[in-house]
Design a protein around this ligand. Structure first.
Ligand code: BF8
Length: 637
């Protein structure tokens, strides 16, 4: 095994594939990172500005000239504007996904779309109750139509009242806190700053507007608007995506699947679904598993069709359908390099453009499907919800047709998988607990479990793949801290065997006993990144049960190995919801003492949550335990 490969990933399957890449001289994302060295220090600190053509400008972090951009913007202004824009982009990605789910639910409810259906009527009723939609003597489509309308109004509403999803789902104490903060900020600064989101589109456009040349230069109001946009995401766009997808495709229930590249099978037609929006992958999975398609594959000499997932689409399919997981985002190139993938089918977000050219080195059809994510050199098959069945059939047929072109001599699949239990929606967690959060609160109050950490986020090629995820997770469960989470972290944990019952043995005595009693692993997969909203809902339920605010609970958030703007939005809505949140790598804010102070110190007094940065898993776990113990002491437990 090459030392270089071992330095790049903690995952043995990835190490095998990196060795192969080295031998075959296939370029990877790790190689391209090296070619980018040294990367721009101003960019890393957040002090470069490209917002007008008088620039680009950069500010010297040591206080030497230049201390201001051409227009006079300070480092604080530049960093705040850049970060607000990151939050806006992250919020827009999750929320546009939520919009698609709302439009689809509306089309299904009206009978315009017959390719999809309302699958989970229990969830439909639960969401209706939450949103105060009348259910009595009404048909499911009528109820669904009202829910979709309310969701859609959260995007385009123009008045200044808080948007309905946020209003109805947010813990009343936190809702009131946000209102109080708005008043307090006005009193102390004389400036109008809003926290409660009026509408998703509006808060995002507001950031684009206020960060235009010569508009908002105040780091505080820029950050407050960033917070507002993130709440529009967490308690809005992402939440809408999760809730409405549960109605359409079913609320996840506990299931067991395999994770890592070994889920690919040399004798089968392998299709990987990658991206985020399950409207596509649900249909591709359904079609691929149909007898008609399986037979078509067998006719060409394959044993059948093996469909597996990657990244968040993978999580969506794992959570609801028990589909095996090929890996997290750093596995996307490596999966193609196995030479055994007939088609990688993608929709939106986290898709490396490099996958197109890499696929061309193999027989793999790299199929883009979204008008928002087309990639030169890819095969584009336009997906449309209203013709979902027909298009999914075309996609699966394209994959089957590629099978005879496979060069079996190029096939190399690492024989590595772990078994993982997934499907921990809030509903499923409550069911496991006997219908209420009370037993969980009870074991937390007794100290059997000290607290809960929610981990989210990506793989970042600057961090050894999965190492931080694995180490931090292990160190937390060792300390009797329950770990829940989503996204590429969840996949990393699944690959490392942390999501099966054997992992109970890695937990501290208290957590182990609870997990043994409930028959669950000490590390729970709550889904894709939009499903971070499930963690908010769970936190809200715990706080409501105790009649406290979320910031009073022994909860911590973390995004180790994060890289996308979506992760910044998630981190910000965790903090805004009252959850202290760890980040590594450091976000591009350190060039501004003021923004750093707002986000790591001042915000604590306002919202209860705050960011902290720790480079190593040991120090991060230690700090998280300290925060949890502090919260426990304040609660008197
Ligand atoms: O939304 S964890 S790399 S796949 S951004 Fe992307 Fe990050 Fe993976 Fe999911 Ni979330």
């Amino acid at each position: 095994m090459s030392e270089l490969s071992r330095q790049r990933s903690a995952d043995p399957a990835a190490v095998e594939m990196l060795n192969l890449a080295e031998k075959e001289q296939l370029e990877t994302i790790w190689d391209r990172l090296e070619k980018q060295q040294p990367q721009c220090g101003y960019g890393q600190l957040g002090t470069c500005c490209r917002l007008c053509t008088m620039g680009p400008c950069r500010i010297d972090p040591m206080g030497e000239e230049p201390t201001h951009g051409v227009c006079g913007a300070s480092a604080d202004t530049i960093v705040a504007r850049n970060l607000a824009r990151m939050i806006a982009v992250g919020s827009s990605s999750h929320s546009d996904h939520g919009r698609s789910a709302a439009l689809l639910l509306k089309a299904v409810a009206s009978g315009e779309n017959t390719d999809y259906r309302i699958t989970d009527v229990e969830k439909l009723q639960a969401v209706a109750t939450r949103l105060e939609v009348t259910t009595e003597n009404r048909s499911y489509p009528e109820i669904a139509s009202d829910i979709a309308d309310i969701a859609l109004s959260c995007f385009g509403k123009q008045d200044d009242t808080p948007m309905p999803f946020t209003e109805k789902y947010l813990l009343p104490k936190r809702y009131q806190l946000f209102k109080d903060i708005e008043e307090q900020l006005f009193k102390t600064t004389g400036k109008k700053m809003g926290i409660l989101p009026r509408g998703i589109d509006r808060e995002i456009v507001d950031i684009l507007h206020r960060t235009h040349f010569g508009t908002d230069a105040d780091p505080l109001s820029l950050m407050v608007q960033g917070i507002r946009s993130s709440i529009a995401d967490g308690w809005g766009g992402s939440l809408i995506a999760t809730e409405l997808q549960d109605i359409l495709y079913g609320t996840p229930t506990v299931n067991t699947a395999k994770a890592n590249l070994g889920v690919l099978d040399a004798e089968w037609v392998n299709i990987i679904v990658h991206g985020h929006e399950p409207s596509l992958s649900e249909k591709v999975v359904e079609m691929a598993l149909s007898e008609e398609m399986q037979q078509a594959a067998r006719k060409l000499g394959a044993k059948g069709i093996n469909i597996v997932g990657l990244c968040c689409t993978g999580n969506e399919m794992l959570m609801r359908q028990g589909v095996d997981m090929a890996g997290n985002v750093l596995h996307s190139e490596l999966a193609i390099m196995t030479g055994a993938v007939e088609a990688m089918v993608v929709d939106v977000q986290c898709i490396y453009p490099s996958l197109a050219n890499l696929s061309n080195c193999f027989h793999t059809k790299f199929i883009t499907t979204s008008e928002q994510a087309t990639i030169p050199e890819a095969l584009h098959i336009q997906f449309e919800d209203e013709h979902a069945d027909e298009i999914a059939r075309r996609i699966v047929n394209t994959a089957i047709a590629a099978y005879p072109e496979r060069d079996q001599g190029k096939v190399y699949i690492p024989n590595i998988t772990s078994s993982a239990i997934a499907g921990f929606s809030v509903e499923e967690i409550l069911k496991t607990l006997g219908g209420s959060v009370a037993p969980l609160i009870d074991v937390i109050a007794k100290g059997t479990i000290k607290g809960v950490v929610g981990i989210v986020g990506c793989n970042n090629v600057k961090v050894k793949q999965d190492l931080y995820h694995q180490e931090l997770t292990k160190k937390l469960i060792e300390r009797d801290i329950l770990v829940i989470g989503t996204g590429c972290w969840a996949i990393g944990a699944a690959k490392a065997g942390l999501m099966n019952l054997d992992a109970q043995s890695l937990a501290g005595e208290g957590l182990k006993a609870v997990c043994q009693q409930l028959g669950i692993p000490p590390v729970l997969n709550m889904g894709s990144c939009v499903d971070c909203s499930r963690m908010l809902v769970l936190a809200g339920a715990l706080a409501a049960h105790l009649d406290v605010d979320i910031c009073d609970l022994p909860l911590v958030g973390s995004a180790p190995e994060w890289m996308t703007e979506k992760a910044v939005a998630i981190g910000t809505y965790f903090v805004s919801s009252g959850i202290p949140t760890h980040l590594w790598p450091a976000p591009p804010i350190l060039g501004s003492p003021e923004v750093t102070k707002i986000l790591t110190e001042d915000i604590k007094g306002l919202l209860g949550g705050y960011f902290f940065i720790e480079e190593g898993p040991q120090a991060a776990a230690q700090r998280m335990e300290e925060i949890i113990l502090e919260k426990r002491a304040a609660l008197g437990i």
